[in-house]
Design a protein around this ligand. Structure first.
Ligand code: GUN
Length: 293
């Protein structure tokens, strides 16, 4: 069997077109969506992510504000900026790029962001709301994965879903979203004993373990939907240095029913969902403004 490719670039382009229309309509009503992005330090991967987020905003007609801080900045300075952005009615989304340098208390920073502007969905209150299946900002990567599953009409309800990875950014919210959608979810991670015994049961396998080409065909149930959240460099061999996922795409695509490539899979959907969350936040701000007048 050769797997159906779930094309993240094509899906992202379609969704971003819809987002741009919504952004334009909001602008016409005096509520131009605006995202503020804060980057601390010079981590090259973070710098690329932030650059891509800002560029994607511009393309979608979303205003962006970018604040860069030196690696050794006093956290109080960043906290002051967050308070200022929380109070600024023209700002709808606030994102602090992670990871932060060691002098920061990451949880305290995330909780200093207004829950109404927490477009990453990392604030403890939004995490709690998601766990209770109430309206919340949903973290962008797992939200993008759900959109990808929807795009192939994946039967999530009743499915065996296995998530590899237990991070706050991907694994845990992914498990929550799949649970809310009616899947039977197993969360596994780098310490799981006999990982393959779990993955081979999965109708839906979401892989976010951060190891290049770690999941091979022998770990995949024939016909499964495989979503690869990994973003690694091939360490050696003929493809050394190239981008690759956590799944060995060449062998896995012979067994899976559908699969996301890397690059061109989950990556473009992550930023797309950030844009969507920012537009949703602006729509809510407009509704509040209209309710007051
Ligand atoms: N670092 C890695 N992924 C993310 C993300 O989705 N949001 C933020 N703020 N930082 C990240």
């Amino acid at each position: 069997m050769t797997a159906r490719i779930i094309d993240g670039n094509a899906l992202a382009a379609q969704v971003r077109g819809e987002i741009a229309q919504r952004a334009q309509a909001l602008s016409a009503q005096g509520e131009t969506p605006c995202l503020a992005v804060l980057l601390v330090g010079e981590d090259p991967a973070s710098a690329v992510y932030v650059r891509n987020k800002v560029a994607a905003c511009e393309k979608a007609g979303i205003r962006s504000l970018r604040f860069d801080y030196a690696r050794d900045v006093d956290p109080a300075e960043v906290m002051r900026k967050l308070a200022e952005l929380n109070a600024d009615a023209s700002v709808h989304g606030i994102l602090v790029q992670l990871p932060l340098p060691p002098q920061f208390d990451e949880a305290a920073v995330l909780e200093a962001i207004s829950i109404h502007k927490d477009v990453d969905g990392f604030h403890a209150e939004n995490v709690g709301r998601l766990s209770q299946n109430r309206e919340a900002f949903i973290p962008c990567t797992p939200h993008g994965v759900m959109k990808m599953l929807e795009s192939v009409d994946a039967p999530v309800q009743g499915a065996e879903a296995v998530v590899i990875g237990r991070s706050n950014i991907v694994g845990k919210p992914m498990a929550m979203l799949l649970t809310n959608a009616g899947a039977t979810v197993t969360v596994t991670h780098s310490k799981t004993r006999d990982l393959a015994a779990h993955t081979r049961r999965a109708d839906i396998l979401v892989v976010a373990i951060g190891r290049p080409r770690f999941i091979g065909a022998d770990m995949i149930k024939p016909g499964a939907i495989v979503i690869d959240v990994g973003m690694n460099r091939v360490p050696d061999g003929p493809d050394a240095g190239k981008l690759c996922g956590d799944v060995d795409y060449a062998s896995a695509s012979e067994v899976a029913g559908a699969i996301t490539p890397v690059p061109g899979g989950v990556g473009p959907m992550t930023i797309t969902m950030l844009l969507e969350n920012t537009v949703i936040s602006a729509q809510r701000a407009l509704a509040r403004r209209e309710a007051r007048s």
